[in-house]
Design a protein around this ligand. Structure first.
Ligand SMILES: Nc1ncnc2c1ncn2[C@@H]1O[C@H](COP(=O)(O)OP(=O)(O)OP(=O)(O)O)[C@@H](O)[C@H]1O
Ligand SMILES: [Mg+2]
Length: 256
């Protein structure tokens, strides 16, 4: 009974307001402190950013400017020390850690520079991992993983282990894993950073296709050519958002 009430309360708190924004940040700060409470670094210093549903946005800035910190907050891997964050209409601050990880698991897909695959598992098993945590039956897990593997063009590699794959195939596996929960947002932190330029290009094509299919994409990159594929490029400097300009895709769409 108590459990049921808790569930219901959480269901109310977790209910999303349809704002048309995948993410809305107001005055977001992230301060790192030493164990004694003294200031270590202000990694974000009051960032305002609204990302409409379906937008493809690139985050740029020098090393240490706060890109990964911002990405971690957007992806609910970390909480801001001040400011408001609504993800997909949900007030993130109101969620306890368990609900936050649930929201993260279902609404956000992550792709990192270093693929982060489990070496003992095959491609399809790696892609299934997020569904395992959601408690889905094995048959359904398999079917959904296979669907995403087909989508990223790895059908004939599904039973291979990561060590038997090229870098590009490993990153495709990571993308399939990120997509398997049907997230609202795909977050990619330097997804082409470990790949040569033509392999990187093929990964960017996959991301373009996902964007065309309606997914919101947030991509961190140091590379102007990568950022130019987005609709919007924001730049961070020393924890502040210093510019917010249309990317190449926005300009192409405006002239069509
Ligand atoms: N866990 C942490 N503890 C303390 N300081 C941190 C921590 N993580 C990041 N920082 C600091 O916060 C600032 C922003 O770091 P962040 O990782 O967001 O930069 P970045 O823009 O992603 O850089 P890069 O391009 O090198 O990946 C840096 O000064 C960094 O040293
Ligand atoms: Mg970083």
């Amino acid at each position: 009974m108590i459990r049921e009430q808790t569930e219901n309360e959480c269901a109310v708190r977790i209910s999303a307001v349809n704002t048309g924004y995948a993410a809305e940040l107001v005055g977001i700060c992230r301060r790192y402190t030493h164990p004694d409470g003294s200031l270590m670094v202000d990694a974000l210093r009051g960032v305002d950013l609204s990302i409409p549903m379906g937008q493809y946005i690139a985050i740029m800035g020098a090393s240490g400017s706060g890109k990964s910190t911002l990405m971690n907050i957007l992806g609910c891997l970390d909480r801001p020390t001040a400011g408001e964050y609504r993800l997909d209409g949900i007030d993130v601050e109101s969620l306890d850690d368990e609900r936050l990880s649930q929201v993260r698991g279902r609404r956000i897909g992550f792709v990192f520079q270093a693929f982060n695959l489990i070496s003992e598992l095959t491609v399809i098993e790696n892609v299934e991992v997020p569904l395992f945590y959601q408690g889905l039956p094995r048959k359904e897990r398999r079917a959904r993983a296979q669907e995403k593997i087909d989508l990223v063009g790895l059908t004939d590699r599904a039973r291979h282990r990561p060590s038997e794959l090229s870098g590009g195939q490993q990153q495709r596996t990571a993308i399939a894993r990120a997509l398997v929960s049907n997230p609202a947002i795909l977050m990619a932190d330097e997804p082409t950073g470990n790949l040569d330029s033509s392999t990187g290009e093929s990964i960017l094509v996959v991301i373009d296709q996902l964007h065309a299919a309606g997914l919101t994409i947030v991509l961190v990159t140091h590379d102007d050519r990568v950022a130019e594929r987005s609709q919007r490029i924001i730049r961070l400097s020393d924890g502040l958002l210093i510019s917010d300009l249309p990317g190449g895709r926005a300009r192409v769409m405006a002239t069509q």
